[in-house]
Design a protein around this ligand. Sequence first.
Ligand SMILES: Nc1ncnc2c1ncn2[C@@H]1O[C@H](COP(=O)(O)OP(=O)(O)OP(=O)(O)O)[C@@H](O)[C@H]1O
Length: 443
Amino acid sequence: MSFKIGSIPHPSRNGSINSTQSSTKSQSPENVQVAVRCRPMSASEARGQREVCWDIDTTLNSIVIAEGFERQNRARHKYRYDRVLYGSDNFRIYDDNVAKLVNSTMEGYNGTVFAYGQTASGKTYPITGTHNEPGVIPRAVNDVFEYIKANSTREFLLRVSYLEIYNEAIHDLLSPGTQDLKIHEDKQRGVYVSPLKEEVLTNAKQALKVIQKGEENRHVSTTNYNLHSSRSHTIFRMIIESKEREPNASTQTHRDRSTASNAKSTIRISQLNLIDLAGSEKATTNLDRQKEGAFINKSLLTLGTVISKLTDSKGASHIPFRDSKLTRILQPSLSGNARVAVICTISPVMTSMEESMNTLKFAERVKLVVTSAKTNEILDDKALLQQYRTEISSLKAKLEAGNDLLAQQQMAQEDIMQAEKRKRCFYYSTKDKCATWSLFVQP
Ligand SMILES: Nc1ncnc2c1ncn2[C@@H]1O[C@H](COP(=O)(O)OP(=O)(O)OP(=O)(O)O)[C@@H](O)[C@H]1O
């Protein structure tokens, strides 16, 4: 894999991130964004088949089996998605289907992007990309740092992890050799994998090094269909924390300080999951590939079942998220609190028609999944402390105001007593001509 963040070409098409801060706390329910892309033929495919077996309309975003390629009795059903593309342009796929989602993760919403399709259909290509056509991961990392640059009133903390699910076992790609990674769930953290190494990111260049390190540790093999076939599902996760930056203390008024302490009392936390699924494969004679294929097919089948049940209009009973590690990890995204974008990839050749049709049907079903992302805000300890401080000083002020009132009442009481004494003194001094009492008469 070779890509460089600093040298992403086509600057005019770069920078699609909108830096405005959203004031909404919850997005209205929305369907999963689905893009379908048919890759161009490879040189060897082009030798066996002259034309692409799909009729693709990139304006109407529809796809149908091309005339002359339909099989007997197969109706030429036209499929429509949010975006239907042909070719190698990774910029368009990112700008149209992913950039907005990445932007919203910077504003506190969770986001998940995954690529789905048979082996060698071109899933890794849009996710990691090439030097000239960088994929979702390098573009997202680039946009995250661009967003941070454009939003100087907030400070950000970025952490990444990179894992793969190979033969139903979870491996840490950033810490190879770590054994026995398990999926856990608790109220605070939701579903998470542990022990999993997290690297703190400080700049885009370092982020790409981390990704490259992870890529090198991924399980890749040569299959009948792909020279560098990914034999595992990978999940690249970025955790984004942000809070209002504290203004310069020396230039603040007391009022500024108390407003600032309220504003910085919350921290936004969101996750960006970028997932490259392993591809389903037809039977092979290689025993290792057979074993891998069985695990891959089973987890993709579970993903299909989960999607079907989530979109079952009768209201699904049990959704089998726990039947595979992949669906278990994807559970929080698919069941609600995340924006989700799916890139479905198909091959241009007739020999893969059956698998491509299955991918198109999957794309149709996943399009029906509805999610409703919310901003995730928490109070941090420091902010909590700050809140307590503000509360204590307000109580003190109230107490002081109360004390003043008490003091005023005491003084009034004393004034009354003095007046009483003066009255009595005046009475004594006039009646008994008592010099001693006359002292009280004088002010
Ligand atoms: N849109 C595309 N334009 C040009 N080349 C592509 C495109 N998509 C894929 N390719 C090329 O096709 C081959 C297979 O692609 P890729 O590895 O992305 O497939 P995959 O679906 O991830 O396969 P697997 O599931 O086996 O890992 C690669 O050589 C890749 O460079």
